[in-house]
Design a protein around this ligand. Structure first.
Ligand SMILES: *Cc1c(COP(=O)(O)O)cnc(C)c1O
Length: 395
């Protein structure tokens, strides 16, 4: 018995659903990399990417996934033996810190509860202790895709300023850019790291650094620079230097289209759409959780992310049969639990190219699956989501 024929809903937090227009934009012949339209395409991308990051700083495009852009950010501003402070809030900032360890940077972790956002006061206290200024950079994610937390980047900047500390602020916006407000310059972020395959609605394979003036100054003396990631080489005049080799032109065609879609909708409208669809998801989870078979991972409602919701199971309940049912019987792929939540959680993405029927369809299938697999839940989650959206998006 299966109901899964038809379009599969990929409700995982990356890669996300790629719009047909973006896929189609990539389905074309290769073009010359030394002259002609590709040069103009590069100019348009480098004009528009900073608009998404909300920065006057410089952007860099790598033919790499997010892990590549992590390494790019680290090696462009740090030297072997430097120390950084990683603000834990789930899996991803810690993973970034591990990458730093491999290239010879000492990463100290500011530990945090997996169910809460980074505490700016704890960060400020730690930075105040560093009277010698040993910490060269503070690393944090805006949205942690594993825990489902949204960190307050502006508050983290204020904590650093409050401590009078000179470290760079480096922010991973891989699971948040294009989904929630991010104000690189206004919030005093020195380096931002993003990827193509989440809120930016593109295939995996491109990733980005955005660098402000303080980061560019640190880059001048950074001992870890290597040719491929190096901002200085990419700042050169030749077109091929922008990509340190053959331009990833098909992904550039796709990215051009996805940025066009984002600007057509408007950045703020896209953020509003994410907020409403995320809230609809939370309304459903809130109802289901009343029977205590499952709960939000993030305990504080204001700290829940607008691009992914992480749901933990009560002890004794395994999320895997639910995920299997949703995928095999209904054609909805839910995210799995990561890191400390492996085997204990599932995730619903509401990130990128998603609309009301996709979210309502996904929520309906989850509610079906909760019933079919015998997970205690209160019925009516989907109704609560519908009621919320009907009120939030009036005729
Ligand atoms: C997906 C993700 C990454 C890793 O990106 P890859 O493209 O898989 O290397 C890093 N940070 C966050 C917050 C993510 O969501």
């Amino acid at each position: 018995m299966t109901l899964s024929s038809g379009r599969e809903f990929l409700s995982i937090p990356g890669p996300t659903t790629v719009p047909d227009d973006v896929l189609n934009a990539m389905h074309r012949a290769s073009v010359d990399i030394y002259a002609g339209s590709l040069i103009e395409l590069t100019a348009s991308l480098f004009r528009d990417l900073p608009r998404v990051f909300r920065t006057e700083g410089d952007c860099y495009v790598y033919a790499a996934n997010g892990h590549g852009a992590w390494e790019a950010a680290l090696t462009n501003v740090l030297s072997r033996g430097d120390k950084i402070l990683v603000c834990e809030s789930g899996r991803f900032a810690v993973g970034w810190g591990e990458t730093a360890g491999v290239v010879g940077v000492a990463a100290e972790v500011l530990p945090c509860d997996w169910r809460r956002a980074v505490d700016p006061a704890a960060l400020e206290a730690r930075l105040r202790e560093d009277t010698a200024g040993e910490i060269k950079a503070v690393m944090v994610v805006q949205i942690d895709t594993a825990s489902g937390v949204h960190n307050d980047i502006a508050a983290i900047r204020r904590a650093m300023d409050g401590a009078g500390h000179n470290a760079l602020l480096m922010v991973d916006v891989i699971a948040s850019l294009g989904c929630v407000p991010f104000e690189m310059d206004a919030w005093g972020v020195d380096v931002a790291v993003a990827g193509s395959q989440k809120g930016l609605m593109m295939v995996p394979g491109l990733s980005f650094n955005a660098a402000g003036p303080k980061a560019k100054r640190a880059n001048e003396t950074a001992g870890l620079r290597t040719r491929y990631w190096d901002w200085q080489f990419r700042d050169g005049d030749e077109h091929y230097q922008k990509y340190c080799g053959t331009a990833p032109e098909h992904m550039m065609f796709g990215l051009r289209k996805s940025l066009d879609l984002l600007f057509e909708e408007g950045l703020e409208s896209a953020q509003t759409r994410h907020r409403l669809l995320a809230e609809a998801t939370r309304r459903a989870v809130d109802v289901w959780s009343r029977a205590r078979g499952l709960d939000f991972n993030i305990s504080e409602p204001a700290e829940r992310a607008d691009s992914v919701t992480t749901i933990v199971m009560a002890d004794g309940h395994n999320p895997q049969p639910l995920r299997d049912y949703c995928q095999q019987t209904c054609g909805v792929v839910l995210g799995t639990g990561l890191g400390a939540l492996t085997g204990r959680a599932f995730r619903i993405a509401h990130m990128g190219h998603v609309n009301a029927p996709m979210i309502l369809g996904t929520l309906s299938v989850v509610e079906m699956g909760l019933a079919a697999t015998g997970i205690p839940h209160e019925k009516g989650g989907v109704q609560a989501a519908i009621d919320y959206l009907a009120g939030a998006a009036p005729a």
